[in-house]
Design a protein around this ligand. Sequence first.
Ligand SMILES: Nc1ncnc2c1ncn2[C@@H]1O[C@H](COP(=O)(O)OP(=O)(O)O)[C@@H](O)[C@H]1O
Ligand SMILES: [Mg+2]
Length: 246
Amino acid sequence: MIEAIDLWKSFGDNHVLRGVSLRVAPGTTYVVLGGSGSGKTVLLKHVIGLLKPDRGSVRVGDAEISALEGRALTEARRSFGMVFQGAALFDSMTVLENVAFPLREKRRDVRLDEVRRRVVEKLAVVDLGEEVLDRYPAELSGGMRKRVALARALVSDPRVVLYDEPTTGLDPLTTDSVDQMIMAAKQRLGITSMVISHDVASAFKVADRLAVLYDGRLAAEGTPAQVRASTDPFVQRFLSTWFAKQ
Ligand SMILES: Nc1ncnc2c1ncn2[C@@H]1O[C@H](COP(=O)(O)OP(=O)(O)O)[C@@H](O)[C@H]1O
Ligand SMILES: [Mg+2]
C-alpha cells in the first residue's frame, strides 16, 4: 500500500535520508522508530508528497506520490488521513464541527443529516458516543481529544492513516488509549497505518512491522521479534532503555 524505494534527502550538508526503503502492506501497521532529529517527520513528509526526494520514489496505492504536483497531488492525498503531533482540533468548534470539517471542506453540498451520520459512525470506531457531539475540545480529556482527531482523520474514509508522534508527551493512560485506537482503526476498518514515534513501548504494542531510523538509514527492519533480535549496536542501545525496565 505504501512503498518507499531508496529515498535520499539532504538539506545543504545535512544528509537526513541516505537510502531508506520500506514497504507497508495493506491493512497493517508500520512503525518507524528513531531519536529526535533522526528524520522521522522528513520521511513522513515524503509519503504525503510535502517533500520531494533528491533520489528514490514513493508510491501510495496506485499513485506515485514523489512524481505528482499540484492538483494531482492534492487529489492523491485525499486517500490519506493524518493525525499530527498534538491533536490540533479547532477550539471554537464543537466535536461535530471538528470531525465534519474535512467533509464540509471537500463538498459544501453534503446534507447535514448525512454529515452527522458519518461523524457518529466514525466516533463509534474510536469508542465515543453521540453525547460528545456538542462539546468543545476544552471540555474533553486529552485522550478524548486524540480520539476526536482520529475520527476526523477517518471521516473521509481514507485507506491510509499517518500518525506523527501520536503518543509524545502523553501520560501512560492516554498513551494506552491512543495505542488502542490505532489498533481499532486497523481491526474495524482495515486501515493501513504508518506511525512515526520514539516511543518504544507503543511501537512494539501496535506494530505489525517496524523500523529503526538512524543516521539516515534503517538500522533494523522487520517484525517486532526480528527488530528485537537485531544485533545492530545502535538498535540494541535504543531498545535497551525500554526493555531493561520490563
Ligand atoms: N524543511 C527543512 N529544511 C531544512 N532542514 C530540515 C527541514 N526539515 C527538517 N530538517 C532537518 O532534518 C533533520 C530531521 O528532522 P525531522 O525529520 O523533523 O526529525 P524527527 O525525527 O525529530 O521528526 C533535522 O536536522 C532538521 O533540522
Ligand atoms: Mg518529528
